[in-house]
Design a protein around this ligand. Structure first.
Ligand code: CP3
Length: 346
């Protein structure tokens, strides 16, 4: 195993003292980078995910071009439903489409808990090749969608701001929902363990739609499954849970024993810290739309953010994925502002 030249992210997740907070950006691979757009013209979305050389190239682009302190493997959360037997299409300009969504109990009979090496081995190959190509420059993050967020797409069949059908499905057919959520959980545990084995230094669970549930429903339909995942993974590698909008459950999520918790921009840093406690690293929470503002305001807002979170047990990040129309210079200004912080502070 190569030793890491930059292990700020791992130190922050372990609660060790760092000279400055590490910085990376959710959804940093792809989207806003011109070199990614070139590859997009030649290969389909899933070709880009399934070809380890392409996935490696895309994963490393933000490390080289923007200077982030971690790489996140280029893939998608929807490769898991795909591996379980669902058709997933990625429609340009529209997003994901699952033409045959889950509507009732029997629909789940078509799904399987797959052998992850057979169905998702290409992600493990991409991680191994990326790890080798990075040669210890920065840590490599693996990821998966939380079972609840995957259910949202599998039931609704496409993106939505509210996922009403997915929520109604849970309330009208709870036994079916729980059967599906448990299959997703079992698959995700095997998948994330495989990612760690293939070279991921850290794994993040994305619960992008966790905040659509009430606190009680979040426990029933999301957190109890995330808890199983963290319990299975935390002895394998550091873990981060990002449940967008689910600030009300930060205390319960911290109690899973996760190393890190992602937060969005709708919570005050001090409040997030008081919910999460002293022994969990917080990650976030810059409003991604702020990267569209002028560089001077990005820099001052980053300083304010770090002042508020403090430099201990903190990872600078956005509060959700980077937007596709962010100028690369602005992304770089965000990263540079974090890197300059220690100089300003001393
Ligand atoms: O840093 C990275 O971007 C790594 C790769 C990554 C992708 N998707 C690639 C991708 C990651 C970490 C994801 C996670 C993901 N995918 C989430 C959770 C995070 C979040 O943003 O909430 C979700 C909900 C998805 C599902 C998904 N995939 C949607 C809704 C879309 C369409 C809209 C969008 O986000 O662009 C995708 C497509 C997708 N996944 C793209 C990329 C780069 C854009 C399509 C393309 O480039 O062809």
């Amino acid at each position: 195993m190569s030793t890491l030249k930059n292990d700020l992210l791992l130190k922050a997740l372990r609660g060790e003292t760092v000279e400055r907070p590490p910085v990376w950006m959710m959804r940093q691979a792809g989207r806003y980078l011109p070199d990614y757009q070139k590859l997009k013209q030649k290969y389909s979305f899933f070709e880009r995910c399934q070809n380890p050389e392409l996935a490696t190239e895309i994963t490393i682009q933000p490390v080289e071009q923007v200077g982030v302190d971690a790489a996140i493997i280029f893939s998608d959360i929807l490769v898991v439903p795909q591996a379980m037997g669902m058709e997933v299409q990625m429609i340009e300009g529209k997003g994901p489409l699952l033409p045959d969504p889950i509507k009732q109990y029997n629909d789940i009979d078509k799904l399987r808990i797959p052998d992850v090496n057979d169905t998702l081995g290409y992600v493990f190959d991409a991680l191994a090749l990326t790890k080798k190509t990075l040669a210890g420059r920065v840590p490599l993050i693996g990821f998966a969608g939380a079972p609840w967020t995957l259910l949202c797409y599998m039931v609704q069949g496409k993106g939505s701001k509210t996922f009403d059908e997915a929520r109604a499905f849970c309330f009208t057919q709870p036994a079916t929902a729980h059967r599906l959520l448990q299959m997703l959980t079992d698959t995700t545990i095997a998948y994330l363990k495989g990612q760690a084995k293939a070279g991921a230094d850290v794994v993040q669970v994305f619960d992008s739609w966790g905040g659509l549930l009430s606190p009680k429903d979040f426990e029933e339909f999301s957190l109890q499954y995330i808890r199983q995942i963290i319990t299975a993974l935390k002895t394998v590698c550091p873990t981060i849970i990002f449940a967008k909008g689910a600030w009300f459950a930060l205390e319960e999520m911290a109690a899973t024993g996760t190393s890190g918790l992602g937060v969005d921009w709708c919570i005050k840093p001090g409040m997030a810290r008081s919910f999460a406690g002293k022994n969990t690293t917080l990650q976030g929470n810059f409003d991604p739309a702020r990267l569209l503002g002028p560089v001077s305001s990005i820099k001052s807002a980053v300083k304010e953010m770090i002042d508020a979170f403090g430099t201990h047990r903190y990872i600078a990040n956005l509060g959700h994925g980077i937007l596709p129309n962010v100028p690369v210079d602005h992304a770089r200004a965000f990263v540079d502002a974090v890197k300059e912080y220690s100089l300003v502070a001393r």
